[in-house]
Ligand binder design. Structure first.
Ligand code: SAH
Length: 232
């Protein structure tokens, strides 16, 4: 007779690949319907969205909804952005494998993982220590060795590793933080939601060309507020 442990192991071996395949199918559908379907074409972005396991970045009670077309709660009043938004923001910075990217608002670590799948190095800052610690641990365990997480106020950027080819801000800021503009490389791109807290914000693409700042409004969005150290 098989020991109970062996039976459990057999079940796990049969169920795990099936479960993984189910998530793979869900990711493929997510990419086709939500992302390609809305016009994101960049092949590196589509592949990153196919490969990063979003269900591993959400709390266990949210796993069944991980590939749904919406943001999800991740605790402490924060959210993991809608998959389309992650893909769109990644595509507008025109990512490439030599890039060094700064992200503000690590949250679950998912956007950082998508960026890390394409770029050379990702630096990400989170103001809620619990999120920062959890995301750093998760990214490390999943083998994203090109991501560095810092806990602090992203308003100041991360001077030590500046300048950056691109900056991705995933919290709604009232103004574009001047330190972030200063840490953007010549020719670099920043994508940032700007507006009043809890109101619709405007997603902006900011480019630094020959020292000039060129701003383009992309679309209305709703992100959790960009908080400051003094407000916490
Ligand atoms: N990119 C995240 C989305 C997180 S939501 C993901 O893929 O899951 C926005 C995050 O920005 C929240 O975790 C919030 O705590 C963080 N945040 C808000 N203001 C911040 C600031 N000033 N500096 C750094 N992080 C900030």
């Amino acid at each position: 007779m098989l020991a109970p442990f062996s039976i459990l192991l057999m079940f796990a071996l049969i169920l795990f690949p099936a479960q993984n395949d189910a998530y793979k199918v869900k990711r493929e559908n997510m990419v086709k319907q939500q992302i390609q379907g809305r016009g994101v074409k960049n092949i590196m972005v589509l592949n990153a969205m196919r490969s990063v396991k979003r269900h591993l970045f959400v709390p266990s009670d949210q796993v069944p909804y991980a590939y749904d077309d919406r943001p999800l709660p991740i605790g402490y009043g924060q959210t993991i952005s809608q998959p389309y938004m992650v893909a769109y923001m990644t595509s507008v910075i025109k990512p490439h494998p030599n890039m060094r990217v700064l992200e503000i608002g690590t949250g679950s670590g998912y956007q950082a993982a998508v960026l890390a799948d394409i770029a050379k190095e990702v630096f990400t800052i989170e103001i809620v220590p619990e999120h920062g610690k959890m995301a750093a641990e998760k990214l490390k365990n999943l083998g994203y060795s090109n991501v560095k997480v810092k806990i602090g106020d992203g308003y100041q950027g991360w001077e030590e590793h500046a300048p950056y080819d691109a900056i991705v801000v995933t919290a709604g800021a009232e103004v574009v933080p001047p330190p972030l503009l200063a840490q953007l490389k010549e020719g670099g791109k920043m994508v940032i939601p700007v507006g009043s807290p809890y109101m619709t914000q405007t997603l902006k693409l900011i480019e630094k060309r020959k020292g000039k700042i060129i701003t383009k409004n992309l679309m209305p969005v709703l992100f959790v507020p960009f908080t400051r150290e003094s407000q916490r």
